[in-house]
Design a binder for this molecule. Structure first.
Ligand SMILES: [Zn+2]
Length: 271
């Protein structure tokens, strides 16, 4: 089987897809692919509850590549699952407003909850941006970006918080992390938040499918994002708009350089 990583053309309205204003590009996975019950991540609004599991969606043109990645991981003893896939603008807006108003805790890099009383709007915005994207600027809008974990690597009763230490040496997801670093590129995937660059925290669970991501990235404009935010009910709107150029530089465009990733189509004889 060959995963075509070089000639994927995005269908439909790429401008709306980019901002999370449509799910026309999304394939919703059957329920059996929903995150395992042991996952209780709430770090970036990814809370998964057994009673009301959100349906997970991924880009229609990524399904074959993801299936191949998952199959290969399985041969290495890793049951790859998606904790969070597509998110709409509305969902990201809900996450944002809940954090800004204090309804949802804002986590610091060390995992502790940030006390927001006494902080300026700008300080709160920067604290949220460490783990949560601005609505309209989340790579999860694209459908080609997913947060992954492996439930079979958790010991019985253990829950996952999607925190960096879990994916580092001696953490439960270390095996997954090591495998992804070595093999993800064979299937067209890479880790845009592989390390902290002064903006978004390191997210060793966040995978991106490069052939699609590079097209969304190339389509992104600050003007379209600004228009979208002005027309929304986002908390702290005026401060965000005033600082949008700086926010984009530090938190939106500040990812791993895709041109440095040795993405290679996975070549394997069809059986
Ligand atoms: Zn993510």
């Amino acid at each position: 089987m060959t995963i075509a990583t070089n000639n994927v053309t995005i269908l439909g309205d790429i401008n709306k897809q980019l901002l999370g204003l449509t799910d026309q590009h999304i394939h919703y996975l059957p329920n059996k692919n929903l995150a395992n019950e042991s996952l209780t991540a709430s770090n970036a609004g990814r809370t998964v509850q057994t009673s009301s599991k959100p349906q997970i969606g991924i880009h229609q043109q990524m399904t074959t590549a993801f299936a191949a990645l998952k199959k290969s991981a399985k041969t290495a003893g890793i049951e790859l699952e998606i904790a969070s896939g597509f998110r709409s603008f509305e969902r990201q807006l809900q996450i944002w407003n809940n954090k800004f108003t204090g309804n949802t805790a804002i986590k610091k890099a060390n995992g502790e909850t940030l006390a927001i009383s006494g902080l300026s709007d700008r300080q709160i915005i920067e604290a949220i941006l460490l783990y949560s994207a601005l609505p309209g600027a989340s790579r999860h809008h694209w459908g080609c970006d997913i947060d992954v974990y492996a439930p079979n690597l958790l010991t019985c009763g253990e829950s996952l918080q999607l925190e960096p230490w879990e994916y580092q040496a001696s953490g439960p997801m270390e095996k997954l992390s090591t495998w992804l670093t070595k093999h993800a590129a064979e299937f067209g995937f890479y880790l845009p938040y592989d390390c902290y660059r002064g903006g978004v925290a390191a997210e060793p669970w966040h995978l991106s499918f490069a052939p699609l991501a590079k097209q969304y990235q190339a389509t992104f404009t600050l003007q379209a994002l600004q228009e979208c935010l002005i027309n929304s009910d986002i908390a702290s709107k005026a401060v965000i708009i005033d600082n949008l150029t700086e926010i984009a530089k530090r938190y939106i465009n500040n990812t791993c350089d895709l041109s440095l990733i040795p993405i290679q189509p996975h070549q394997k004889a069809t059986t």
